[in-house]
Design a protein. Structure first.
Length: 268
């Protein structure tokens, strides 16, 4: 008496066969009995709350048709990396990852992006400050107040470094949308008026920024607080207007404090 497969069982009942008692017993032992085994389920779809009576052996097969939404229902996963192994680049225990999930971005006090943030036509709203080190590109309108300097990106096409705090003029050349600049000179009408004051040193054949309006940080500039600043000589600034018939007068800014200069006289 033993359980047999369908092929073997069918062979007992071919035309002309006379099954033996043992073969009938094999048939009985090989099928489900409602009295002994309970009501069988012909299809798992018929059981809306199926449960396992023991371990499920996939026997090398997969559980198909599971969606991401289905997987999110595994709220009580307690498997360790030993049980599930690492999959597709996972580098820490599965339980650690699940325990470390965030229910809300507010839970992370120092969130970081792994790539570009796409607003998907939505807005960032709220009260607070946004601090960015780098450039901000706006293709539409900028609406709001400005507190700081307005800069123009320029190109140093000369063979010498143009230093922070120097006054520069437009030479007429350009590198794409970056105009060429050189040191302004109050004694040379061809090198006046000045565009503004250089924010940081600009090396030869390099790009830089020139403040044409607003406040710039210029630590220990050496000028007197409250003084006016004029172009004098090659790129130099002084607190008094230059004298002499050969000099042009351009007031380029005003000293706000020992560390701040207010640029206010571009192209004047």
């Amino acid at each position: 008496m033993a359980e047999q497969g369908r092929t073997t069982l069918k062979s007992y009942f071919e035309t002309g066969d006379k099954p033996t008692q043992v073969q009938f017993e094999d048939l009985i032992d090989s099928v489900v009995n409602i009295s002994d085994d309970g009501t069988p389920i012909t299809n798992l779809v018929e059981d809306t709350t199926p449960q396992l009576g023991g371990n499920l052996d996939l026997n090398g097969n997969n559980i198909g048709d599971a969606t991401a939404a289905d997987l999110t229902k595994l709220n009580e996963v307690t498997a360790t990396s030993t049980e599930l192994n690492y999959v597709d680049g996972v580098t820490s225990a599965i339980q650690t990852q699940i325990d470390g999930k965030l229910a809300n971005v507010v839970d992370d006090t120092t969130p970081q992006l792994g790539g570009n943030l796409d607003l998907n036509s939505n807005d960032i709203t709220g009260t607070g400050n946004i601090d960015i080190t780098g450039s901000v590109t706006v293709s539409g309108e900028f609406l709001g107040d400005l507190d700081g300097a307005v800069f123009v990106r320029v190109y140093n096409n000369t063979a010498s470094t143009i230093n922070k705090g120097d006054a520069v003029y437009l030479t007429g050349g350009n590198n794409g949308d970056k105009p060429h600049v050189d040191l302004a000179d109050s004694s040379n009408a061809n090198k006046m008026p000045a565009l503004g004051i250089v924010k940081e040193n600009i090396n030869p054949s390099s790009e830089g920024q020139v403040a044409v309006s607003g406040k710039i940080n210029f630590s220990s500039h050496g000028f007197t607080a409250g003084a006016n600043l004029y172009i004098n000589g090659l790129g130099a600034l002084q607190e008094t207007a230059p004298t002499g018939e050969g000099n042009l007068i351009q007031k380029i800014g005003k000293v706000v404090s020992p560390n701040i200069i207010l640029v206010q006289g571009a192209f004047r």
